[in-house]
Ligand binder design. Structure first.
Ligand SMILES: C[S@@+](CC[C@H](N)C(=O)[O-])C[C@H]1O[C@@H](n2cnc3c(N)ncnc32)[C@H](O)[C@@H]1O
Length: 448
């Protein structure tokens, strides 16, 4: 083990890297020493000590992030001494309880470097100008048009920023699913995927398209389950790199493949696929008739297309400011031009040349006695395995990311991304509680 580590240290620019990090540690320690010196030189009375404690308590209450972050400085300092993580991409890279968060945006696969990352978040935020400051700002026609025009950049920026956070916090399947009261989280995620396999009749030898495939979590589960050949498309190159490495390390390259491209312009020949699916991906589309029309083109005649789309339900009231606030929070936190309605999904499928066979909200029983709401995992009770997904878990991760950014391990802007995701998690929970939003509007349609 030690020999291995030594070999890694000797190759590459390790020493240069170490010197820079070491300088940081020294700088931080010097500041610390100066502070301690000041305290020692003060002759303080008991009353003053009490005053300091009261101030510190108040500071802690008002600045939980900063205090939490300080608590993990010691941990971060040890990570300091390691170069960027080389990921195995076997599905277990983020398993470790303590070291895992240090790999977010700090792994050798990540293609964005320092300032590019910062520019990415700045460009992304510009497309949602006024969001969270003024309710209604990003629901205006002009605002939606900006995002529809720039959808490719918006989505690509978004997934450059969040892919690691998603994989660390949620897993390799970037979607929700209805959950039964005695069902484990991963069981519910896989059940949503296997449901698609069953409705599409997926079996060995079939060629299936995954529209907006993320890092390929669903694709791998569905290929193992059905034996079908699955090709997925995502606009984000980092996801392609991560996904195909995972396919290889899991022995699935013969069944699964990710390609980089735009689902508004699919790069396959007419009639190439037997079936197609999308999971929480076409919500990013600037024009679903075009997206679904492309899917129809690459499907054989009679081929099935199924999916889960994000919609506002019929309980959503555009005149209710609270509803609009929640809807906009979901949009800005998830890279969406605007949320659609179920009627819009069905209409677009029909206009694109499909016969819609079935459609319904897979979360329609969200508050039934035997269901765990799809958003419950985000809301979260404290379980060790699911800790990162809970509110408290996200706060701890946020503090950690803040520290890593401060120490310049994670790129500038990382904390803003973490904050964006934390804020939207609350909106998703609120939308789910009020039943004004569902991420699982299921449909299955046949190409005419
Ligand atoms: C929420 S993720 C879902 C990923 C995957 N379906 C899953 O469940 O793990 C949305 C995906 O859609 C992809 N996407 C969005 N717009 C796209 C576009 N215009 N072309 C290709 N992929 C797109 C994103 O890159 C991302 O991979």
């Amino acid at each position: 083990m030690a020999a291995l580590r030594l070999a890694r240290y000797i190759e590459g620019s390790y020493w240069e890297d170490l010197a820079v990090r070491f300088a940081f540690v020294i700088k931080i320690n010097l500041v610390g020493v100066q502070l301690i010196n000041k305290l020692i030189n003060m002759s303080v009375t008991t009353a003053q000590v009490e005053q300091i404690i009261a101030k510190a308590t108040k500071f802690t209450e008002e600045n939980p992030v900063a205090v939490g972050a300080s608590a993990v400085v010691a941990l971060a300092t040890s990570i300091f001494l390691f170069r960027r993580s080389n990921m195995n991409r076997d599905g277990a890279d983020y398993n470790s309880t303590f070291g895992a968060a240090g790999k977010i945006l700090n792994n050798a696969d990540h293609n964005l470097k320092g300032s590019e990352f910062h520019d990415s978040i700045a460009d992304y935020e510009n497309m949602f100008s006024g969001a969270r400051q003024e309710t209604g700002a990003i629901t205006s026609e002009e605002s939606i048009e900006v995002r529809k025009k720039k959808y490719a950049d918006m989505v690509n920026h978004f997934y450059n920023l969040v892919t690691d956070f998603y994989e660390y916090g949620w897993g390799q399947s970037f979607h929700f699913g209805p959950r039964w009261h005695n069902e484990e989280f991963m069981e519910s995620i896989k059940r949503a995927e296997y449901h698609l396999c069953s409705r599409l009749g997926m079996k060995p030898g079939m060629k299936v398209l995954d529209v907006g495939c993320g890092v390929g979590g669903p694709m791998r589960n569905m290929a193992i389950f059905s034996g079908s050949n699955i090709e997925g498309i995502t606009i984000n190159n980092y996801q392609v790199k991560v996904g195909n490495k995972n396919n290889a390390s899991n022995g699935l390259s013969h069944l699964c493949k990710l390609v980089q491209g735009d689902f508004q312009n699919l790069p396959w020949a007419d009639g190439y696929f037997d079936a197609a699916y999308e999971i929480e991906a076409t919500c990013h589309s600037p024009d679903r008739v075009v997206t679904f029309g492309g899917v129809a083109r690459v499907l054989k005649k009679g081929g099935l297309f199924a999916g889960y789309d994000w919609v506002v339900t019929d309980k959503y009231n555009p005149d209710n400011k609270d509803h609009v606030r929640i809807k906009e929070g979901i949009e800005v936190g998830n890279g969406l031009p605007t949320l659609a309605t179920p009627e819009h999904i069905v209409d677009c499928l029909e206009k694109a040349g499909f016969e819609v066979l079935d459609h319904y909200d897979a979360n329609k029983g969200v508050h039934d006695a035997n269901q765990l709401p799809w958003y419950e995992t985000l809301n979260g009770k404290l379980t060790l395995s699911g800790f990162r997904m809970t509110h408290l878990g996200r706060m701890v991760t946020h503090s950690f990311v803040w520290t890593l950014e401060l120490l310049r391990i994670a790129p500038a802007g990382s904390t803003r991304v973490s904050a964006l995701l934390n804020a939207t998690a609350i909106d998703l929970v609120d939308g789910g509680k009020d039943e004004i939003f569902t991420p699982s509007y299921f449909f299955v349609a046949r190409k005419k």
